[in-house]
Design a protein around this ligand. Structure first.
Ligand SMILES: [Zn+2]
Ligand SMILES: [Zn+2]
Length: 93
């Protein structure tokens, strides 16, 4: 018996590396092997300012995605999902 949890993320790409396509961001030259991650980066992350504010008072956290703020709320403020749904995550203009 052996554990495979830490190598799962490799997708087995290494065995067919000659055919693996690499997606590179033209702005910051970060490379991605997954098309989806690449598009996400270009669309929401690259060169973008964080626009979503943490709704907790006195917390200055800002995220580039609403989802990031939600993760922050759960991770740092220990909020349950149901509490989170009652909060409004504000977007800066
Ligand atoms: Zn980039
Ligand atoms: Zn916060």
């Amino acid at each position: 018996m052996y554990f495979v949890c830490c190598i799962e993320d490799n997708d087995g790409d290494y065995t067919s590396s000659t055919k693996t396509e690499i997606y590179q961001c033209a702005l910051c030259h970060v490379t991605y092997r997954r098309k989806n991650s690449y598009y996400l980066h270009v669309r929401y992350f690259c060169g973008k300012e964080p626009k979503f504010l943490c709704p907790i008072a006195n917390c200055n956290y800002k995220g580039k995605l609403k989802q990031q703020v939600k993760q922050h709320l759960v991770g740092l403020h220990k909020l349950a999902k149901i509490q989170m749904n009652n909060m409004e995550i504000k977007k800066l203009d």
